[in-house]
Design a protein around this ligand. Structure first.
Ligand code: GLN
Length: 228
């Protein structure tokens, strides 16, 4: 939608998949909250409209954007060449790597992806974690729509590891000490906010909001003490 259309409907529709703490997750009051949600709220506030979060499986987010069912994707989504062919990405707003999570207190402690050969590994369908483990044919990949289900499978010993973004792995391990981060795989990913391909008006708006959030204390001081 154009900015005029978003203002006319009075709400910004942001698609996300909320089993990805601390970026987006369901809190104890059943609200979807997190780092990404605060960015989404900031964009909605600047547009002067309400924020509506649309909860979708991760692999449905890009199709939903292409079919105009949502205005933006904010979902810890890595900017990849393949995705950038079908959607437009904002400037990067977070750096990420993959990691391997296993059960605490067991001998199996993989330090690299190759150590997962011959093992069952849970991932979220359509993520970069799915892509990196699927490249190694000897790994038996089990795909889930929700990370909560992937970790349930790890807990119940039906898989040997979960592969996912490091910051999110750390959030799960902190909450559930029965899991441990066994390795970090340097993939050099960067998260971006996705808009419909060709919607440069909304993309520029989003980029401005992100740049503003990156402002240094010096810029903020100048803004505070000098008139524009
Ligand atoms: N950053 C990963 C990706 O883009 C995972 C994102 C997610 O699961 N929300 O594929």
């Amino acid at each position: 939608a154009t900015i005029t259309e978003i203002k006319a409907k009075g709400k910004l529709l942001v698609g996300t998949e909320p089993t990805f703490p601390p970026f987006e997750y369901v809190d104890e009051n059943n609200n979807i909250v997190g780092f990404d949600i605060d960015i989404a709220q900031r964009i909605a506030d600047k547009l002067g409209v309400k924020l509506e979060i649309v909860n979708l499986p991760f692999d449905s987010l890009i199709p939903a954007l292409m079919q105009n069912k949502i205005d933006l994707i904010i979902a810890g989504m890595t900017i990849t060449e393949k995705r950038a062919k079908v959607v437009d990405f904002s400037v990067p707003y977070f750096n990420a790597n993959q990691s391997i999570v296993v059960r605490e207190g067991e001998k199996f402690r993989p330090v690299k992806l190759e150590d997962l050969k011959g093992r069952k590994v849970a991932v979220q369908l359509g993520t970069t974690g799915d892509i990196v483990v699927s490249e190694i044919s000897e790994i038996k990949v089990v795909r889930f729509q929700k990370f909560t289900d992937a970790f349930l499978e790890l807990q119940n010993k039906r898989v040997d590891a979960v592969v996912l973004d490091e910051a999110v792995a750390r959030a799960y391990v902190k909450k559930f000490p029965k899991f441990v981060v066994s390795a970090v795989i340097d993939t050099g990913e960067k998260y971006g906010i996705a808009v419909k391909k060709g919607n440069s008006e909304l993309l520029n708006f989003v980029n401005n909001v992100i740049s503003e959030m990156f402002k240094s204390p010096y810029d903020l001081l100048v803004e505070k003490w000098f008139e524009k």
